[in-house]
Design a protein around this ligand. Sequence first.
Ligand code: KIV
Ligand code: ZN
Length: 507
Amino acid sequence: MDEEIKKEKIIIFDTTLRDGEQSPGASLTQKAKIEIAHQLKALGVDIIEAGFPVSSRGDFEAVKMVAKEVKGPVICGLARSLKKDIDAANQALSPAKRRRIHVFLATSKIHMKYKLKKAEEEILRQAVWAVKYAKKKCPDVEFSPEDATRTDPLFLYRVIEAVIEAGATTVNIPDTVGYAMPEEFERLISGIVRSVPNIDKTILSVHCHNDLGLAVANSIAAIVKGARQVECTVNGIGERAGNASMEEIVMALATRADLFNIETSVRTKEIMKASRLVSTLTGIPVQPNKAIVGGNAFSHEAGIHQDGILKKRTTYEIMKPSDVGVGESHLVLGKHSGRHAFKDRLKKLGFHLKEKEIDSAFEEFKALADKKKEIFDEDLETIVEGQIAGLRKRCFKLEEVYVESGNKVVPKATIKLKIKGKIITRSSTGDGPVDACYKAIDKMVRLRGKLLDYQLRAVTRGKDALGEVSVKMKAKGKIVTGRGASTDIIEASALAYINALNRLAAK
Ligand code: KIV
Ligand code: ZN
């Protein structure tokens, strides 16, 4: 019997509440931070970096509240390699059962020379001091050599070795400015693993920024070479172009389990909920084409893809939407859609039409799709109901509407109708464009009805929403209603009137 190879665990260090909150424009209230922290716990992340306590009173309190209320994950606070920062982090984290102090200090030449104005030896001493000081207060200490990817590797190795010696339980390698290429980052991680003699005494972590869109690729490359913790954020939010996206890393590892013998403790079904919560509370929308959590991530528009999906989901989908908490794949009905997807959606909406009715409704759907980007279920319902009513007792059919209207002209409408197979055209003026249409129609249809009611409403969403008109008419003692829908409200008005006339004619 094959022995199952034990999977290695990747620690998910979530920094949505710290680096994520550094996204331009995203400031979270204490209450919002706690709400997100609870969802991060539900998601199953291992560590929550709740904030930078020394940065403000509010952040201090927020970290303290998270430390007090959220049980389970390790709660972490960020600190520069300074006494006041470490003290503040330690104090804010004190209510947490499991806590971590994360200290950082820049090690690249450019940061040391221009930002810190310190030489290598001084930086080395300060890093060691900071780790030892933090260690006295908290057994779990993480150290980050900021801007590691632009640091001289030999100096980086020395710093790492020294901070491990000083007690750092995790050493995190940040690609602070998102500068590294995946191969280069792989080499850096391999170099650290090979060259730092005590590297096995710590957990190697990575923290990648997305300035070149490579944060997730670099994080995965580092995992392949031995990193066992990744720092990431929900929706990939963070300083400038953001951090590595938690959901992308987790789903890449899960989806390509054939390549990685690795697992995380994330409950993937909670991903979408976390994404929506973070987006709502930070006010940062998720771009539609964002991997995993974007509105289009499980939407299919092309007819060929929709047909494939309906035949076998995996033809065009590598993940199950339900695995990340998305209801189900969505076939976007629009001008690229084919008959297969259209018919399938009608069935799902509970319409069981004859082939002839489907043909005719499909024609109308395509015509509408040329005018309107996405056809929603409400649009379909309107089309189909109109079709059923029309096909079964249609006597008059609208072929064309032309109106001239404005605030300085008398409204005039020209209507082309098909009546029992014959095309007839008439024009009329009126009090408004709709009145002109109805008068032009009256000239062709010899059913003298009285319009009792006219209502217009938007039945679908968006700027190009479908407008639906309902009319009520009375003729020869009978009252009928008619409905019409179009992105053009004048056309919808004419269709509703004709629909009512057809019903009168049928009676
Ligand atoms: O990007 C960065 O270098 C950081 C450190 C504080 C880890 O956020
Ligand atoms: Zn960062």
